[in-house]
Structure formats: C-alpha cells, structure tokens
Design a protein around this ligand. Structure first.
Ligand SMILES: *Cc1c(COP(=O)(O)O)cnc(C)c1O
Length: 442
C-alpha cells in the first residue's frame, strides 16, 4: 500500500503516478458550445440582447426565480443586488470576512459600508450566531456566501433577517445549483447574485447573473446598469422619471458568454452530479485519516455541494503533533497531488478596508459616512484570522475515475499518516496564509 512507503518529500516513491487525463478539465467544451459562439460571432451579435434574454429565461426556470438579469461579471451583479436592496449612503451590510472581496466591496460605490462577521469553522460560511450583535439601526442587508460550494445555514440567517427587517443577498458564486435542505441555494434571500466566470463551477466566460422574485429589486438593478431595458416597461414609480439613461453603469452580458451559458446550463446538472460522486468518493476514502476532515454537507442529508467549486478540507493540526498546514501541503504536492494551504485571507485585515480613501472623502472609505469607527483590527475576528491555518485545497475531480481519485487520496493519507517524519523540518506557517484573489482554478 502506497501509504506505508516513504514520503516522496523525503525521497520515497510518489503516490500519484497515473496521468490525470481529463479528470480536472473544466469547463467541458464541446462542438455545441463552439457552434453557439460562432453563430453570434459571425452575425456580429456580440452586443445584442437576444441570446442573453433567452439564457436569462432558461436560467430563471432552472433557478426557480421570476426575474433574472445577466451581467458582465459577478462583481457587477452583486453591486446591482445591493442597489436593488436600496443600499445607500451610511448603510451597513454584514458579510463574512473570509470570502472573495466582491462579496462586500461593491457596497463602497453606493456610499455604504461593511461590518464583517465570523464564519462557522465547519461550514466555512457566515456563522448565524455571530450576526445579531453586529446589527445596528444602519444595517440594511446580510450578504451570505455559500462558500466553496457549502450551503450557508439559511434557516437561522433568514429568521434573524426577518426579525430585524433586513434584506438578504445570497452570493452564489461558489455554489450554483447546490441544495440546502432540498431547496436550491439562491432562492432563500431577497436576491441572489453570482459570478459565472470561467473558473467557477457554472463557467460561461466573463459573466454574472442576478435572480430575484422581487420586481422592484430587479428594476432597480436594471436602472443602475442596463440602459436598453430602462424604458417604458419599468413599473416602479420612483424610477419612472429617469427612464432612458441608466444611473451610471453599463453592465450588459457579452453574448459570446450567454451563448456558452445556454449550452453549459443544459448539461450542468448532469456534470455536477458526476463531480459530487467523485468528490464524495475522495472523502469517503479519507474517512478516519488523522488531522483531515471533509468540508462537505453530511452524506445522506438533503443538502449538497453543488458543483463543488474550489474544494477544500478542514485541517486539525492538534491531531498531527502540531504539523503546520504549509508543511503538510508541501508533502502532499510532492506526492504528485495538488494541495495548498488556506482559503481566502480575511478581508477585514486588508488595507482597502482600513486606510484606503478611494473616493477622496478625506478619510478611509470604510468609515466615510459612518457614525462610528467600525473598522475591525487584527484580533477582532479570531476565527476568521486563523482559518487559513486550518484549511487546505484538494483536487477538484470533474470525472468519476476511481483509480485516479484513489491515488490522490493516498497522497493525502500518506502525508497525514507519516506526520511525525514531517515535524522535524517543519518551518511552520508563514505570517500570512491564503490569498486575496483565489486559488488556481483547476
Ligand atoms: C468570483 C466571485 C465573485 C465575483 O465574480 P466575478 O465574476 O469574478 O466578478 C463574487 N463573489 C465570490 C464569492 C466569488 O468567488
């Protein structure tokens, strides 16, 4: 058994020897995608709306939401969702600190700001127990992320939001098509916004999308950045005087993306099912390995991990003699698998949320319109600040190839089971772990 042999890092044989073939390839592009793109390209329809509107219609049926709006990217879709929820000058959102920056940062452009909350160490999503004490009279919305494919715990979050009359924005960029207790993520809050860029699990090119059942939210998002739709069809009274010119942005989805989107969406559920089978198989093989825990919904529950975007594992160094995740990840990589330490670095520690005066207010944008200094220094969110030392990336299998998945699981198992041999030359974790952008999409 490979796990008994010497670690590759210390001169032993590698656990992974097979060629991965197409196991990691994503998105899966066929002639159907190519033909769809060429059709738009050859007729010069890149800036038209016909294919995008067709895609929106199909997406609305698939997502189970009434109003769907395509965007140039997920960042713009999130800003549209925030504006849709009437976020404005002086308002506050509550968002997790451990996420990609676009979950929170677009609120600055609206004059609003963010108060970060902790993530739950098991789900890695916004911790419902850390929300309520952060609510002030200025809080307008909670932004939830279904982080790395894991659904956030929506029942308690929605209960808190309803009690305090807050809007809920779901950032579904990591979890398109995923389920929470049998219901699709992105259908719980007032509005969902998500990225569909090429690295995500629903990968259609540079693109984003917004979905809501609230017509006013939809029309406000239209008003901000979709000029051709901001016409006589608008029904929201407060918007009517301004139809014709949008409120400052141009956010139409590129039709080469929506053409790909229509094809990708058709096969998405089937392809995700194979991803889930593969990833669950990987974690089943890892059952009982010391120090390593799955980041997944409980098997047999009615929740799932969607397309399992950028999968990660939970790390318990206390079970491995304190071995740093950095050293562990290095050992796994030397075995021929892929592993890196950490997830997103916590946003509250970055200068953009602390000292940067983006718009020339004469003070940091984070507190430009605040009634108090709500910045959160190092030490204020201890769990978020330590989460990178307790997480690691694992391979993202798109195809169910048991022999290949076994080799990769062996690489992880081998590094963990031989942890004592790694302790001697463990340099420990560097002062900062995790990235502001993200992992290599593979
Ligand atoms: C990718 C991502 C976004 C931004 O989407 P883009 O399409 O890259 O603009 C927003 N939120 C999260 C959580 C993301 O991972």
């Amino acid at each position: 058994m490979a796990t008994k042999s010497k670690l590759a890092l210390l001169g032993g044989p590698k656990a992974v020897t097979s060629d991965a073939g197409g196991v990691f390839k994503w998105p899966i592009i066929t002639k159907e995608d190519e033909d769809a793109v060429l059709e738009v390209l050859r007729r010069g329809g890149m800036s038209d709306l016909d294919v995008t509107m067709q895609f929106e219609k199909e997406f609305a049926v698939w997502q189970g939401m009434k109003h769907v709006l395509g965007f140039i990217n997920g960042t713009a879709a999130l800003q549209g969702a925030m504006f849709g929820c009437k976020l404005g000058v002086g308002d506050e959102i509550i968002s997790p600190s451990v996420t990609y920056w676009a979950t929170a940062l677009p609120c600055f452009a609206l004059g609003a700001t963010v108060v970060f909350a902790e993530v739950d160490p098991t789900t890695l999503c916004l911790d419902p127990k850390d929300i309520e004490h952060r609510i002030t009279p200025r809080t307008k919305a909670i932004v939830v992320v279904h982080y790395l494919g894991h659904p956030a715990d929506m029942d308690p979050i929605m209960a808190i939001a309803r009690k305090h009359r807050l809007k809920v924005i779901e950032d579904v960029s990591h979890a398109q098509g995923g389920l929470y207790k049998g219901r699709k993520v992105g259908t719980f809050g007032d509005v969902a916004a998500m990225s569909l860029m090429s690295g995500k699990s629903l990968a259609i090119g540079e693109a984003g999308i917004l979905a809501t059942n609230d017509l006013e939210i939809y029309e406000r998002a239209v008003a901000l950045g979709h000029y051709e739709r901001f016409g006589e069809e608008i029904t929201t009274e407060s918007l009517k005087p301004f139809v014709g010119i949008p409120m400052g942005y141009k956010w139409r989805m590129h039709q080469l993306s929506s053409a790909v989107g229509r094809v990708q969406l058709k096969y998405y559920d089937v392809r995700c099912k194979e991803i889930r089978k593969s990833m669950n198989y990987f974690w089943d093989l890892m059952e009982g390995v010391p120090g390593l825990r799955a980041h997944r919904t409980p098997p047999g529950s009615n929740s799932n991990m969607g397309g399992w975007y950028a999968p990660h594992g939970l790390y318990r160094p206390e079970e491995l003699g304190g071995l740093s995740v950095t050293r562990f990840a290095q050992a796994v990589s030397e075995e021929g698998s892929m592993c890196s330490a950490g997830v997103n670095a916590p946003l509250h520690l970055h200068a953009i949320f602390n000292t940067c005066d983006i718009y020339g207010h004469g003070k940091p944008t984070r507190i430009a319109h605040s009634d108090r200094d709500l910045r959160q220094p190092r030490g204020s969110l201890p769990l978020s600040e330590s989460i990178c030392s307790r997480t690691y990336a694992i391979p993202w299998f798109k195809k169910y190839r048991p022999e290949i998945i076994q080799e990769h699981a062996n690489a992880f198992r081998k590094a963990a089971e031989n942890y004592k041999e790694l302790l001697a030359e463990d340099p420990g974790n560097p002062p900062t772990l995790g990235g502001w952008h993200f992992f290599t999409h593979r």
